[in-house]
Every structure is written in structure tokens, then in C-alpha cells.
Design a protein around this ligand. Sequence first.
Ligand SMILES: NC(=O)c1ccc[n+]([C@@H]2O[C@H](COP(=O)([O-])OP(=O)(O)OC[C@H]3O[C@@H](n4cnc5c(N)ncnc54)[C@H](OP(=O)(O)O)[C@@H]3O)[C@@H](O)[C@H]2O)c1
Length: 288
Amino acid sequence: MKIIIIGANGQLGYDLVRVFENTEDEIAPLTHADIDVTDLRSASETLRNIEPDAVINCAAYVRVDDAEDFPERAFAVNALGARNIARICRDLNSILAHISTDYIFDGRKKEPYTEEDTPNPLNVYGNSKLAGEYFVRNTLEEHYIIRSSSLFGASGASGKGGNFVETMIKKARNGEEIKVVDDMIMSPTHTRDLAGMIKKILIKKLPFGIYHAANQGQCSWYEFAKTIFETLEMEANLSPTKTSRLQSKARRPIYSPLVSIKLEKHGLEMKNWKEALTDYLVEKGYLK
Ligand SMILES: NC(=O)c1ccc[n+]([C@@H]2O[C@H](COP(=O)([O-])OP(=O)(O)OC[C@H]3O[C@@H](n4cnc5c(N)ncnc54)[C@H](OP(=O)(O)O)[C@@H]3O)[C@@H](O)[C@H]2O)c1
């Protein structure tokens, strides 16, 4: 297969390039400098020249709080950009794997969200990503929408300037007081595992549709931070706080772990987040 990866130097894109490298599949990694998903005409020309069998769209506006002030930017990339790529894929007879998020849910559920749960986003970012999902679904039959959650990966989120694990380690090394919320629950997910699952979904030609792909298990951000320090046996001035104390612009779902009932049916599963965290710490050279 010839596979285009859009957003190739982002956090997930970086690991996608690595999982497809040195395989029989041919990849064309495209960065923001190579393609602007908001520009239908030039994006169409770029993709047409490559003639892909599949496109993986990781391009996104991921700054959740900024999106509240600049909704037009979030919708341009996450909704209309997704529509553009779906239209181009339809014209080129290409499959599209589009990446989405747990933030399309409102967090009122008490157990992990499945592919069958009804979205109800609380913030602009989540609304723009859900609009992107609808555009993809309604434009192109041959699509995968792959939702994931709370990503951490070797390259760090380019749209956010790092990732949670690195931020925690840096703060601890600087001896800073670290307060992390213990009432917001999610499934931390290593982008290397997510990239591996996206590859399996494509290569195994799973039925088209929505898939949840996140490391198994759930924890609060506080528990995640505590586990980072415990695993590294690192001293840290860490204490729990509450979401209500944070003065963030965007409302976030208080509970957003994802589980897949569809991957399981195909004998696929992702490892637990604690194991994934250890892999990451080894990958980055923090652990032997
Ligand atoms: N980060 C998370 O915790 C999280 C959780 C759940 C789901 N997701 C989803 O996972 C996907 C990947 O996220 P990530 O963490 O890898 O984010 P990321 O590191 O910020 O990567 C996003 C990529 O999109 C590129 N991009 C932005 N605007 C673009 C445009 N108009 N045209 C083309 N490329 C553009 C960025 O390039 P520049 O930086 O050069 O602009 C960057 O390479 C996104 O769909 C996101 O919504 C993320």
C-alpha cells in the first residue's frame, strides 16, 4: 500500500512514520510545510501527485483552551480540513484513516466510552473534532475514524509544545511544587502503541467505521503523575488538586476513558497504560 501520513512531524505522526518504516508499505510523510489541509485546491494537487491507497490524517488544531478564543481556527483545521481530505480521498479512491478524540464526549458516563456511545462535546475543540468526524462519515464510505485519548509520545505534541510526562519530569527536576487534578479520569495513551494499532486496522482491512484505540485501563492525571515518579523512583513535590480550582478556559470531560468493543471482536487489544508508560520511559532513556 502507498500511505500518506498528514501531520507527519506531530506527536502521533512521528510514531506512525516509524511503525511503517522498513515495511513493505510505501509511506509519504507530509508535514504542515508540505500540505495545508485548509486549502482544498493545493491539498488536492499534493495528494493527487502521490496517488495514495490510504491517507492517515493526523493534522489537527489541538490547543484546547486557545480554541475557545479562536473557534474559526479550530474548525478550519479540525472540521473543514477533515472535509477537504475526505473529499480528496473520495476523488482519488483512497481510504482515509482520520484521527479523533475522547473530547467529543461529555464525561457524564461512569464507565469507559465505547464506539456506540453518543457524543456531546463540552468545548470548541471537541465540537470541531466531532464536526470533522461527521464530515468524514458523510463524505466517504471507505473511512476509519480512530478516536484516542491523552497522548504521550517521543516527539511531544507540536501543537502543545511537549507532553504531560516530560512536563512532570521537568518540574520535578526543577524542584517545583506540582499540583495535578485527581478528579479528571482518562486513558493515557502512548502514540507508539496507537500508531501500531492504526497500522493493524489498515493492514488487516477491518470493516470501515469508528474505532476507539487507547491504552487499556484508566487513571486520574494525579495518579498518572504519581506513577511516573514512582516508576522513575524520582523525588517530586506532588500533591492533588481539583478541576474546579483550575482556571482553564475550556470545559473538559471529567471522565473520558475509551474502550473498544470493535477491536476486541477482531482479536486486537492495546496494552495497559502503566506498561505503555514504562515503554515510553525506556524509549526516552529515563529507564534501562
Ligand atoms: N494530544 C492529545 O492528547 C490527543 C488526544 C486525543 C486525540 N488527539 C488527536 O490525535 C491527533 C494527533 O495529535 P498530536 O498530539 O499528534 O498533535 P500534534 O503533535 O499537534 O500534531 C498535529 C499536526 O498537525 C499539523 N497541522 C496543524 N495544522 C495543520 C494544517 N492546517 N495543515 C496540515 N497540517 C497541520 C501540525 O503541524 P504544525 O505543528 O507544524 O502546525 C502537527 O504536525 C489529532 O487528530 C488530535 O486531535 C490528540
